[in-house]
Design a protein around this ligand. Sequence first.
Ligand code: CA
Length: 224
Amino acid sequence: MARILVVEDEADIAMLLADDLRLEGHEVFVVSDGGKASGLGREGAWDLIVLDVMLPKKDGFEVCRELRKVGVRTPIILLTAKSHEAEKIMGLDLGADDYVTKPFNPRELRARIRALLRRIEGDYAGSVRFGEVEVQPQRAEVRLRGQLVDLTPMEFKLLLAFTRNRGRVLSRDQLIDLAWGRDTYVTERAVDAHIVNLRRKIEPGNSEPRHIVSVRGMGYRFDE
Ligand code: CA
């Protein structure tokens, strides 16, 4: 199951797409203009974005360019018009991962989505290493210098949110979305408290944090 953001202004197509993806077991959220897509897309809590090119406010290319520019690496499938060969090339140049031409065959789109999601799962399946820490997402295990680290489920989710967004500044709101889930009420102070505990468990020493770095006035950034 994946969290998928569908960006499409034609209501009937959006509904068809959303229903189809929900039947596949995915969690789907639909927005109908490029402005909202650009904002929501960068919150980072998506496994995949299906992005129409022809949109009000901002077109899909612009949204794609903006998201990549701020470091969002969520896979993007563009929905392009069949007649415009140049659109496909442009989309891939801007950092989209794949495209499907409209009018699309739902089965083809599903297959493309599955392929992309498998690719990401592959990325996540393996262990993640940084410094003296090794994270095994599937086993929900973290080791520091080979020794198991006892993390709470929340600390583990926070750590995964960080390792999946290396080098990006994440606000406390974004961390809440990524680790606790959207629409969960958690205070910023609670986020800070979890981070203090997480640092104590995985940071190398008593000196300045090396991996979970505070970025004043903005939030936190994960460095390897
Ligand atoms: Ca459209």
